[in-house]
Design a protein around this ligand. Sequence first.
Ligand SMILES: Cc1cc2nc3c(=O)[nH]c(=O)nc-3n(C[C@H](O)[C@H](O)[C@H](O)COP(=O)(O)O)c2cc1C
Length: 152
Amino acid sequence: MILTDTATDLIATFPLGFVATVTKEGRPALSPKGTFLVLDHTTVAFGNIRSPGTLANLAHHPEVEVNFIDQWKRKGLRLRGSVRIVTDGTAEFTSLIGQWQEKWGDLADRITDLVLIDVASASEVTTPPYDDGATEAEMIAAYKVKFAEIYP
Ligand SMILES: Cc1cc2nc3c(=O)[nH]c(=O)nc-3n(C[C@H](O)[C@H](O)[C@H](O)COP(=O)(O)O)c2cc1C
């Protein structure tokens, strides 16, 4: 599955993805990961810093769904794919970790694994007001006001 330029830009700007996995018992599990990078047109990845539950779930079922949202535009991306874990100490980890060091500095030193997702499908998600004719400019303006009220 090829990631579009729009999808790539969204993840670069808003690298916080909500990662869904499945526990051994079959329960859904969701947790946020803010260290997402697009590695190429078919691969995204995040750094495991302290996500034991997600990693345990991936050990028995190596598939995820991830949502990324631009909270101003109220548009986002929903992707799913299979996962491959690249652990610190391997040549592949060494060749990749520089990209995290460049973007996150010292935080990257705490990454013990890179969770690579081979994207099988990706689709846009939008908020329902777009169905009624709202524009991106209107949504951004409205949420700038709302967020300024929360954190003036
Ligand atoms: C905004 C935000 C971003 C986060 N980013 C990451 C991350 O990139 N990597 C990571 O391992 N944990 C990250 N965390 C912490 C984990 O989500 C947190 O430790 C969580 O409890 C792990 O749950 P899990 O073990 O079920 O995945 C982040 C938390 C928040 C709130």
